[in-house]
Design a protein around this ligand. Structure first.
Ligand code: HEC
Length: 102
């Protein structure tokens, strides 16, 4: 009586194919968590330029007219913020619309 059980080596294949990585990365619009920044033209530029040193949500606590935002953005430029004049203008427009003087 031989106890010789031929092992039927059934290779269990994990159904890797079933593991579908659904990366539901929110497309285009809100690809970040800066909920304090309302959508609008120039938001992407603001996030890119103004997050070089601190949170791009920092201006969300303030309210200014366009001249006021222009002053603040100029101040950030002398702090070392780097962008083109057109980009700074876009940021000023965005901020003046998103956080207007009350
Ligand atoms: C090169 C670094 C740098 C970049 C880029 C930068 N900042 Fe700043 N920011 C600072 C520093 C440093 C302070 C704190 C000192 C001060 O107030 O100047 C500050 C402070 C601030 C404050 C709060 C201070 C206040 O005066 O009330 C706001 C609002 C602000 N930044 C907005 C912005 C915006 C908007 C942008 C994009 C245009 C920007 N920052 C880009 C460096 C930067």
């Amino acid at each position: 009586m031989s106890f010789h059980n031929r092992e039927n080596s059934q290779v269990r294949r994990p159904l890797l194919a079933a593991i579908i990585l659904v990366s539901s990365a929110c497309a285009a619009t809100a690809a970040d968590n800066y909920t304090k920044l309302p959508p609008g033209p120039g938001r992407d530029v603001e996030v890119r330029v103004c997050s070089q040193c601190h949170s791009p949500e920092l201006p969300a606590t303030q309210r200014h007219d366009k001249a006021g935002w222009n002053d603040l953005v100029n101040e950030m430029q002398s702090n070392g913020a780097s962008a083109t004049d057109a980009e700074f203008a876009e940021i000023v427009n965005y901020l003046a619309t998103a956080f207007p003087q009350k």
